[in-house]
Design a protein around this ligand. Sequence first.
Ligand SMILES: [Zn+2]
Length: 341
Amino acid sequence: MERLAFDTPENGQLTKVADDLYWARFSLPFRLNHINLYIIDTPDGWVLVDSGINADSTAQQWQALLSGPLAGQPVSRIIITHHHIDHIGYAGPLSQLTGAPIFMSEEEVTKARWLLERDDNLFADLVADTYAANGLDEAHCALARSDKGRFSRHVAPLPEVQTLTAGDIIKSRHGSFEIRLDKGHSHAHIGLVDKARGLYIAVDFLLPRISPNISVDMRDLNDDMLGAYLTYLAEASDMDEGWHIFPGHDWPFCKGASRAKALLAHHEDRLNALREAAAQQPITVTDAMGVLFGKVFEAHELYFATGEARAHLTHLVTRGDMTIQPKSALNAPDYFALSQP
Ligand SMILES: [Zn+2]
């Protein structure tokens, strides 16, 4: 991985990162305190890639961009890469503000609508029940039960959405970006690739500094999301090192194949640590969190940390390295044991 020499854009400004591609940075109220958004210049107008979280600061910055650097032409499309709050949150208001339609992959819009339609109480209960299955103590489950609307709080209502599928083309002023859909960080995350020019808007699948969160869906704890991500990383390991990669957080970079290999090694290392822990005695997801992260999290991070720990254990089960022990009681947590050789 090598950082590209672009200036980080200030609030309300854009940095040009290719002939027809611009980078904006919006603030987030989390420890990961910003998100990168991208804007493609096309013959039909601006194509906005992602919207930011639903917050006043996001509204103000879009106003500044639309009346400033983006004022010269209309917005033709809003592409939302995946359903996570920092990407989709402001999509509805942004569509209203610009008159542009929203585009997503079918799976991601279904996921977003499911989350938006959940009653806040029922959703909080679902999180709490998942925590209990993960072996978290009652205090953490109670915290989850009282944390109502963790999705709807940050995501505005979603109007009609049109769908994009893998292979669709976005023609820009100087090239064309092909849509790809990848599973791992989410189920059908949109990436945009201009192979001829070596430009790849990877968003949350390839980040230069942090390891993208790989979490299981609470509705399907046994879906092997990490396996899917490792397959993606193996493919990305063949990428031309000269490609310019545009991530959802931190800064544009090149040498993406090296970054993919480093992330593969990171996950293999984490999987080995879990095998070693389970060789002592069967472990819960909470035990796995201790092995993987070695610390206690606040509510927002706990949600991702448990999801990621479960994704590693689910992958070990899918590989045949571990088994889930039958529950001893109805509300007992899941225990993962090393399979006998
Ligand atoms: Zn994400």
